[in-house]
Design a protein around this ligand. Structure first.
Ligand code: AMP
Length: 253
């Protein structure tokens, strides 16, 4: 496995693979990897000959009051996990490599971004399409994998690829959960033991009660605040807070 920070080194790897008629699979991440990310890597390997994983904590998808500075970063552990999965190339670009001409967005998120997350993180999906579009230009993948954990994000990316006519297959990966059903997330590392017990109720409440009842029941279960619980895309999607930590989840209905 090679680890590259320079775009030119990434391109040399990708061009070489393409010259050998190999398909490139791509998994964009912000690092602090867990089994959810690794399940995306496994899926990428099924759909491609070479797998590229990027690790980049994207500043443009965080609002100033959000956790960009404290977001967990551990490249060494991440690299070991990815090597063990048989990843071919890890791309860890610098901020200036991704945003050489400033951080303004060339493209805007489409309709799928309306509501849900955008009601609470209005900057978020423009930041996501901004970075994913740039990463796609660097990696030039044939196929890219995104988790259903961030279901609205998956919808936004699929719409972007269609609108921009990018020749990239987007594949959604099922949500990886712990033994209690809690969706794995890098942000779960912020939770205290008590908060973890409450967090594990989120998936059960989304499954067992109606969207209109869920906010009250989540608050009774110990969540500090509920941003939303709504139905869309044949799913129930929810976001709720435990202390300073915001959790999201969704389930098919
Ligand atoms: P992140 O590093 O949080 O930006 O996530 C990178 C990718 O991993 C995104 O496509 C996420 O949807 C996906 N992902 C994160 N957690 C999970 C999970 N528990 N199950 C499946 N995919 C996930």
């Amino acid at each position: 496995m090679i680890i590259v920070t320079q775009r030119a080194d990434l391109s040399a790897f990708v061009d070489d693979a393409k010259a050998n008629h190999q398909r490139i699979g791509f998994v964009p991440t912000m690092g602090a990897l867990h089994d959810g990310h690794l399940s995306l890597v496994k899926l990428a390997k099924e759909h491609a000959d070479k797998v590229v994983v990027s690790i980049f904590v994207n500043p443009t998808q965080f609002a100033p009051h959000e956790d960009f500075d404290s977001y967990p970063r551990d490249i060494e552990t991440d690299a070991k996990l990815l090597a063990a999965e048989g990843v071919d190339c890890v791309y860890t670009p610098s901020r200036v490599a991704i945003y050489p001409d400033g951080e303004a967005s060339d493209i805007k998120a489409g309709q799928a971004a309306n509501g849900l997350e955008s009601d609470f993180r209005p900057h978020f999906f423009d930041g996501v399409v901004n970075v994913v579009y740039r990463l796609f230009n660097h990696v030039k993948p044939d196929v890219a994998i995104f988790g259903e954990k961030d279901f609205q994000q998956l919808m936004v990316i699929q719409e972007m690829v269609k609108t921009e006519k990018l020749p990239i297959d987007i594949i959604g990966a099922p949500i990886a959960r712990d033994e209690a059903g809690l969706a794995l997330s890098s942000r779960n590392a912020y939770l205290s033991e008590d908060e973890l017990q409450i967090a594990r109720k989120l998936n059960i409440i989304l499954r067992d009660v109606t969207a209109s009842e869920a906010p009250e029941i989540l608050l009774k279960a110990g969540f500090a605040k509920v941003d939303y619980v709504k139905k869309r895309w044949n799913r129930v999607l929810g976001a709720a807070w435990l202390g300073q930590t915001r959790l999201i989840d969704n389930l098919e209905i």
